[in-house]
Design a protein around this ligand. Structure first.
Ligand SMILES: [Mn+2]
Length: 280
């Protein structure tokens, strides 16, 4: 059983760490992602811990759920994410959001010690200079990240809608929009992506990458997205072929969910940590 997700305190010995980030203060549209981490934990209890494709039992891995980070304000989150990264001391972690602005504090902290690349798997580009006068908005998070790590180190996969400003700025970074993914075929597009990524990678997954007919419980739902099995292929290929040092799963919004989005997110935690365990 998934007792791992219910433990509290910080287990210094655990190999892999999970934390929750119940923050939705920079949300541009539908609020409620602050309840995401606990919905993902709840959904994790439904999943068989034995992963038949990997031959690994999740329950036998050394994993610790460090609980939720303090994040009453975004400034507070920047501080607590930095402390958390410090406590992880190089161990891989998965952060459960929260809306997408929670990604920036982790990247900012990791970039102090790593020559880092970031891959955002998302229906949106999130490249606006600011949104509704908020530079910390989830609609601006990848713009902030591009400033932090440099345009050459930012990759975005799966965008299928954009503001004109997003689209113009995206010429500065490496993107695979959905129109190109469909043209190439998903398998070929994934191969092209993973070949481009050469440095330690921070993986950020916005659950709206999946078609909203399958994953309706997100902040900004979009149709014409990846099918769940295509998404699974993508995550497995990134875990296998890239040096993923840590990851987050964001934008699960339980208020609008039928359970499927939280379950897909929980399964993603298994895929990421299982992917690390397979390589170890
Ligand atoms: Mn998005």
């Amino acid at each position: 059983m998934m007792k791992l997700f219910t433990s509290s305190g910080f287990d210094e010995a655990a190999k892999f760490v999970i934390c929750g980030v119940p923050f939705d203060g920079n949300c541009s549209y539908r609020k409620g992602a602050a309840k995401g981490p606990d919905a993902i934990r709840d959904a994790s209890w439904e999943i068989e811990t034995y992963m038949i494709d990997k031959g690994i039992d999740f329950d036998e891995l050394s994993i610790h759920d460090a609980g939720n980070l303090a994040c009453e304000t975004y400034k507070g989150l920047v501080k607590s994410a930095d402390e958390f990264v410090g406590r992880c001391a190089g161990r891989q972690f998965v952060a459960l959001g929260g809306e997408h602005s929670v990604t920036y504090p982790f990247v900012k902290s990791l970039a102090k010690s790593h020559d880092l690349q970031v891959l955002s798997i998302d229906a949106h580009l999130d490249l606006r200079e600011s949104y509704k006068n908020n530079r910390d908005s989830n609609a601006s998070v990848m713009r902030r990240i591009s400033e932090e790590i440099g345009n050459d180190n930012l990759f975005e996969f799966g965008a299928r809608c954009a503001s004109r400003e997003d689209w113009e700025y995206s010429k500065n970074i490496s993107i695979a929009p959905m129109k190109d993914i469909r043209k190439d075929g998903v398998a070929r597009a994934i191969e092209k992506l993973t070949k481009k990524i050469k440095k330690p990678l921070y993986l950020s997954i916005d659950m709206d990458i999946i078609d909203s007919c399958y994953a309706p419980g997100v902040g900004n739902p979009e149709v014409f997205g990846l099918l769940p099995l295509e998404y699974l292929e993508l995550i497995r290929a990134v875990m296998k072929n890239c040096d993923v040092i840590s990851a987050d799963i964001v934008e699960v919004c339980p208020k609008y969910d039928n359970g499927a989005t939280a379950l897909l997110a929980a399964q993603t935690v298994f895929e990421i940590i299982g992917g690390w365990a397979e390589k170890a």
